[in-house]
Design a protein around this ligand. Structure first.
Ligand code: IMP
Ligand code: MG
Length: 195
């Protein structure tokens, strides 16, 4: 399956949220098909291993729940929470650790699970954090990848979809805590809610 999302799938949908207009970018079916492929690829790579999946809160909680059920190997799951503050030049933002992992990853195979990589600042921070604990290996999975992330100085191991530089919500991703429960990925087109 192509990593680029198909333009023709872009259809306007009626938002269940009053006053907000969302436009579908990636359908529920496409997400599930791609998550299944990622699960199979990870299964092949970690065949005789028990990796620890470190999911980045809050956005990746739905993705990781679906992904582990598409993996045919034993794995462990833990969570990490970060907050990032962006300046106008996004590259000069800072990342703060809000909740660290609670497992020991020394000599373990770690797979970091992100919902979206935008500037790449967060995954850069995560790479340093993980490597500081001496894991056997560290891999990065992201469901979505924006163009700015191509400036990253290392390769992400698994990317679900390359998307344009637009703000997206749904399937765990939020805008001010809204829209996480939506089953597909949407761009927020406009609002007349006045809020
Ligand atoms: P980065 O550090 O710039 O790569 O940003 C990563 C984080 O910003 C993600 O983990 C998300 O929490 C958030 N983020 C970036 N782009 C979007 C978006 O389009 N929708 C929702 N959250 C986003
Ligand atoms: Mg995130």
């Amino acid at each position: 399956m192509s990593l680029d999302y198909p333009e023709k799938m872009t259809v306007e949908v009626e938002s269940p949220y009053n006053g907000w207009i969302l436009e579908q970018m990636i359908s529920e079916e496409e997400i599930h098909a791609r998550v299944k492929e990622l699960g199979q690829e990870i299964t092949r790579r970690y065949q005789d291993k028990t990796p620890i999946l470190i999911a980045v809160l809050n956005g990746s909680f739905i993705f990781v729940a679906d992904l582990i059920r598409e993996m045919d190997i034993e794995c462990e799951v833990d969570f990490i929470k970060l907050s990032s503050y962006m300046n106008e030049t996004r590259s000069s933002g800072t990342v703060r650790l809000v909740k660290d992992i609670s497992c020991n990853i020394t000599d373990r195979d770690v797979i970091v699970i992100e919902d979206i990589v935008d500037s790449g600042l967060t995954v850069r921070f995560l790479k340093n954090r993980m490597e500081g604990s001496g894991p056997a290996s560290v891999a990065f999975v992201t469901l979505l990848h924006k163009p700015d992330a191509s400036k990253l100085d290392f390769e992400l191991d698994y990317v679900g979809f390359q998307i344009p530089n637009k703000f997206v919500v749904g399937y765990g991703l939020d805008l001010d805590q809204k829209f996480r429960k939506l089953p597909a990925i949407y761009t927020v087109k406009e609002t007349d809610s006045g809020s």
